[in-house]
Design a protein around this ligand. Structure first.
Ligand SMILES: Nc1ncnc2c1ncn2[C@@H]1O[C@H](COP(=O)(O)OP(=O)(O)OP(=O)(O)O)[C@@H](O)[C@H]1O
Ligand SMILES: O=P(O)(O)OC[C@H]1O[C@H](OP(=O)(O)OP(=O)(O)O)[C@H](O)[C@@H]1O
Ligand SMILES: [Mg+2]
Length: 394
């Protein structure tokens, strides 16, 4: 049975027992603190002798990952592609680990709970949609987006209205706002699961006479049911809107979203190991994502010197590679003498530009072209890491 702790009583039994120099010391888990303040009537005073029964201060770093839903599988496969496979004993066990990262606990949680637990200090790092961070983070400055584009879970939070009836000729937020129908007594009724972002957006856009209601799913049915005039919901392919005779309007996108790596500023600043683990995860994610869609092209090219070959390659727009081509001499024996007639060149090119690059290579004398997938590109410096350190004042 859950025990509820009274805040004031707690401070009486342990006035300031945690040493101020201890990193991230909290008198007790904030999840308990929330319950104590939320239900003062059901509080139980913790007897002095029971202080030892409190959970011990945790030392492991905690990463929250989506436990279910459309983000779950892709998050695990992204981590796997970064050689950070999550080891989970069975799918219903909510704790797991990543063998490569010692002192890290992985906790599977609903996306919104990941954000809540980052705020409360019960998680340190998480991967969720940017929409979820924005909605449940409510602008809290403790949440820092460490990587803003993990390249999956793409969608947008958007306002949509019916295509028919009084909305037939309404195609922008401005036109919607100007409709004479909305009054104090009969406001524009919007249903949304985003009860922080939805009202904030419409207030910022200056819409008067708006009322909000919430629902958890299948919001697209609300206008046809007569429950609402408009919805604010996630859209990716647009199929659900189309199938329910709804349309997006100009100026109606609240935010664009995709999966992000998010961390608690407090944890990064004070909990031992969080910054190091975040750095490693960030580096691996960046190296993997940078390599996605790139291929390595190796070819031989006849030439008199490496410089002369370089000049020919750099004259072609699709062959400059990441930092210019790597060119090495190919040694062979002619009449007992070691000579260099060919040079091997290595470049990275985007997969999309591959055929164009191969054609350009051939046109300047390239032969024996080998193409292979790239797994990682580790740059000397990761700009996101620099940014994070500066956000932390480090
Ligand atoms: N078409 C989409 N609709 C909803 N979410 C999407 C879509 N495309 C990508 N996403 C991302 O997936 C996340 C939601 O996933 P999902 O609907 O599985 O979980 P949830 O809504 O948080 O959970 P539940 O619906 O069970 O409460 C969103 O927060 C968003 O970041
Ligand atoms: O633009 P689309 O590709 O059609 O996707 C958008 C739909 O997907 C989501 O619903 P979900 O599948 O999560 O069901 P739910 O309404 O029960 O949450 C979202 O709430 C939209 O309804
Ligand atoms: Mg959903």
């Amino acid at each position: 049975m859950a025990a509820f702790y009274d805040l004031a009583a707690f401070y009486q039994v342990r006035p300031s027992s945690s040493s101020p120099s201890r990193p991230f010391s909290r008198p007790f888990p904030s999840s308990l603190a929330c319950r104590a303040t939320a239900s003062p009537s059901s509080t139980v005073v913790l007897p002095a002798g029971d202080v030892e029964a409190l959970p011990p201060e945790r030392t492991a770093v905690r990463l929250g990952l989506p436990s279910k839903g459309r983000m779950a599988d892709e998050t695990l496969s992204l981590l796997k592609n970064c050689q950070l496979s999550v080891r989970q004993v069975n799918p219903r066990q909510y704790i797991a680990d990543i063998p490569q990262l010692s002192n890290l606990e992985v906790w599977f949680q609903r996306p919104k709970d990941i954000v809540r637990k980052l705020r409360s200090g019960d998680l340190d790092i998480g991967i969720v949609g940017f929409d979820t961070v924005s909605e449940y983070g409510e602008g809290n400055e403790d949440l820092i987006i460490v990587h803003e584009a993990l390249e999956y879970g793409a969608c947008r939070l958007s306002l949509a209205i019916p295509k028919y009836g009084i909305f037939e000729n309404i195609n922008s937020l401005h036109e919607l706002a100007e409709m004479p129908q909305w009054t104090k007594e009969r406001p524009l009724r919007i249903v949304t699961g985003f009860s922080y972002l939805g009202p904030k957006f419409l207030k910022e856009r200056g819409l008067e006479h708006v009322s909000f209601s919430t629902a958890d799913g299948a919001l697209e049915a609300a206008p046809a049911m007569g429950i609402a005039d408009a919805i604010v919901d996630l859209v990716s392919s647009g199929t659900t809107l189309r199938e329910n005779d709804l349309k997006e309007i100009e100026g109606g996108v609240v935010l664009e979203s995709q999966a992000v790596l998010v961390a608690s500023r407090r944890s990064l600043n004070t909990r031992q190991g969080v910054l190091e683990i975040t750095h490693e995860i960030l580096e691996r994610l960046e190296a993997h994502l940078r390599a996605t869609g790139q291929v390595t092209v190796v070819a031989n090219m006849r030439g008199n010197s490496a410089e002369e070959v370089a000049e020919r390659i750099l004259s072609q727009t699709s062959l400059s590679g990441l930092q210019g081509p790597t060119i090495s001499p190919v040694y062979c024996k002619r009449d007992g003498k070691i000579v260099v007639e060919y040079y091997a060149i290595v470049i990275c090119v985007p997969q999309k530009a591959l055929y164009k690059s191969v054609k350009q290579l051939r046109s300047i004398g390239g032969s024996g072209v080998l193409v292979s997938d790239l797994t990682y590109i580790f740059e000397e410096e990761t700009p996101r890491w620099r940014k994070l350190l500066s956000q932390l004042g480090l």
